[in-house]
Design a protein around this ligand. Sequence first.
Ligand code: ZN
Length: 219
Amino acid sequence: MKQEKAVVVFSGGQDSTTCLFWAKEQFGEVEAVTFDYGQRHALEIECAKEIAQELGVKHHILDMSLLNQLAPNALTRQDIEVEEGEDGELPSTFVPGRNLLFLSFAGVLASQVGAKHLVTGVCETDFSGYPDCRDIFIKSLNVTLNLSMDDTFVIHTPLMWMNKAQAWGLADELDALEFVREKTLTCYNGIKADGCGECPACQLRNRGLDEYLNSKKEG
Ligand SMILES: [Zn+2]
């Protein structure tokens, strides 16, 4: 795969930044695509830009504001609280079909730039009920993309079966733990690195980091 080109779906968060490092090791050429859908914090896009620049990766930013027009939600609207879903309920950050749309657009971009590989940080393990994060969905979309464009894309999901601690472990293996820790933005309150520590995204991220660092200490 060293000769081949990949497009990474990239938000500037922990998972997709780890995937970007992973892709840089796997593929000869890597480009990143970020979707601008009116994120609560414009800082997310800035973070993504800085990281792509620092890693010397060509960065495409696509306007997906129509997503907010279709489905206003807690990721885009200040007036909607970020809430974790109760049993069996989807969290208020859920945007129906988001990964379906993002990966489909990434597929179109990949065909335009001559990339055969698509990389996404979706993960079934920390699955908070997002149906389009499931492995079966990704496999199904892979078939659909290939049929729709008569091509042979391969969608890679390096984090699919990892928990957050293991995702930090992968970043560490790629010599990127400090980079990911300091430069990425996961926090729903728009605070880089270790974040606010309070929101659900920070809690998940920081718990995983503690767990990984502790397990490393115990060796
Ligand atoms: Zn936070």
